[in-house]
Ligand binder design. Structure first.
Ligand code: ATP
Ligand code: MG
Length: 320
């Protein structure tokens, strides 16, 4: 049985009289222990899908099942508990609390789960050691490099021992080498721990660690495959669209040449999924929108990972 199953999922955002259809009948299954990369042009619905996979948001229509629970049957309180226990988030901009040390940042999600202070500190130290930051636990984010900050956020994502790790552009602000070390870490969470790791990315290096690459286009799954091909990365027309969404086990994937020839609209047989979003003309203009949306998604994640809760009612993070 899949760990996550999306059936005919639609997500609409209402802005005054305008309705934005971010997901349009998306079908998807993700299995326990997989590393999945979600790719696609800017605006294709990647972050929207990630929010649903992380129970940060629910579909407007359709069924989103995560680990046997249907999101639409859950009350807000249940959703909060559910994602607090089951899901760890990693963001492009790290979303660490600037006033707290690395150790305190990793402790935060545990405070929200009511873990005792001594246990929190023990676990946070263990996690920071695991990500290679044993020597940096007292550093605040501005006293850490970008790669180190992202390591802290990976450690924080693991605080409540979640089954699922969701990372939205985790290497977006890192150089190639630093990004690769974060990717190695994320991959290890699947291979060593058996966690399910879902990475939203434009980065072919990130997609390269994935067991499967799911390509979105216009709010649907356009293709599912295993590889990003060189030479087709810059071709936005490279992915053949699968009407109604592709089923992962059918692996309908598109070769750049074939889909160029046949244009979008048909599945084409092949072994590779192309990235097709690097040079997407829609990407440039919406960069600041994307940033804003990322910030709003970060805000929704806060109550779970505590990433803005520098002051908590418990006040328990301010240990020396
Ligand atoms: N909170 C929101 N309110 C209104 N519209 C939204 C909201 N979030 C996303 N959208 C719209 O939904 C569509 C999909 O957005 P989404 O953020 O999922 O795209 P994306 O694939 O993650 O893009 P990017 O690569 O730029 O991050 C876009 O057209 C976007 O403008
Ligand atoms: Mg996004």
């Amino acid at each position: 049985m899949p760990l996550m199953s999306m059936k005919d999922v639609t997500k609409e955002y209402k802005l005054g009289k305008t309705v934005v259809r971010a997901l349009r009948g998306l079908d998807l299954e993700i299995f326990q222990g997989e590393v999945v990369a979600i790719m696609g042009p800017s605006g294709s619905g990647k972050s929207t899908l990630m929010h649903i996979l992380g129970a940060l948001d629910i579909p407007t229509a359709g069924t989103a099942m995560i680990d046997g629970s249907d999101l639409k049957d859950m009350k807000e309180r249940q959703l909060v508990t559910f994602r607090g226990k089951k899901v760890g988030f990693v963001f492009q901009t790290f979303n660490l609390v600037q006033t707290l040390s690395a150790l305190q940042n990793v402790e935060l999600p545990m405070i929200f789960q009511g873990i005792a202070k001594s246990e929190r500190i023990r676990k946070a130290k263990d996690l920071l050691t695991r990500v290679g930051l044993a020597e940096r636990i007292r550093h605040k984010p501005n006293e850490l490099s970008g790669g180190e900050r992202q390591r802290v956020s990976v450690a924080r994502s693991l605080a409540n021992d979640p089954e699922i790790i969701l990372a939205d552009e985790p290497t977006g602000n890192l150089d190639t080498e630093t990004g690769q070390s974060i990717l190695d870490l994320l991959k290890e969470l699947s291979t060593k721990d058996g966690r399910t790791v879902i990475i939203v990315t434009h980065d072919p290096e990130a997609a390269a660690i994935a067991d499967r690459i799911i390509q979105l286009r216009d709010g649907c799954v356009a293709a599912v495959g295993r590889h990003v091909t060189e030479g087709s990365k810059n071709d936005p027309s490279a992915v053949g669209s699968a009407s109604g969404g592709a089923q992962p086990d059918q692996v309908p994937v598109a070769k750049a040449e074939e889909s160029k020839a046949s244009s979008a609209g048909k599945n084409s047989e092949g072994r590779h999924v192309t990235e097709g979003s690097k040079n997407d003309p829609s990407a440039a203009g919406s960069a600041s929108d994307a940033k804003q949306r990322e910030q709003s998604s970060a805000a929704r994640a806060e109550e779970h990972d505590g990433s803005s809760a520098s002051k908590t009612s418990e006040g328990g993070v301010a240990h020396a």
